[in-house]
Design a binder for this molecule. Structure first.
Ligand code: FE
Ligand code: CA
Length: 161
């Protein structure tokens, strides 16, 4: 496969693992303020991110390339409110979307059709990620610190499978 595409996907493995790390860090924040439903949602999201990393790992293996795991930075671990944490999660997803789009563009340039096809799954996934995180941001904005509203949203997020 194209060396450039390989390098970019290899880096993306690190970015997906960092996403898992960041969301697990957000889970520790939510657990620390007893919002266990929010924490559960973040723990599930962290697992999903590891799944994304593994999906790329397996794809690279199938193409005959060995992943070289990059260093993972320490994630931020405190936020001033649930809204601030979810805004940060949304910002992070936008960053990931940009990253995926850049690799897709590169795959096109390099005429790496298999990578292009593979990345189209991630492009769809990012639409979902931004939509679901964005919806929670908007719900939190509407709550405006209402404890009842926050309790109800915590129950809703805690029901995530
Ligand atoms: Fe992801
Ligand atoms: Ca998802």
């Amino acid at each position: 496969m194209s060396e450039k595409v390989f390098k970019a996907l290899n880096e993306q493995v690190g970015k997906e693992i960092f996403s898992a790390y960041l969301y697990l860090s957000m889970a520790t924040y939510f657990d620390s303020i007893d919002l266990l439903g929010f924490a559960r949602w973040m723990k599930i999201q962290a697992k999903e991110e590891l799944g994304h990393a593994m999906k790329i790992y397996e794809f690279l293996y199938e193409r005959g390339s060995r992943v070289e795991l990059p260093a993972i930075e320490k994630p931020k671990n405190t936020w001033n409110s649930p809204l601030e944490a979810f805004e940060a999660a949304l910002e992070h997803e936008k960053f990931i979307t940009k990253s995926i789009n850049t690799i897709f563009e590169l795959a096109k340039e390099e005429k790496d059709y298999a990578a292009e096809q593979f990345l189209s799954w991630f492009i769809k996934e990012q639409v979902e990620e931004e939509a679901q995180t964005g919806l929670i941001v908007r719900k939190l904005e509407k709550l405006q610190d209402s404890p009842t509203g926050l309790y109800m949203l915590d129950r809703e997020l805690g029901s995530r499978e």
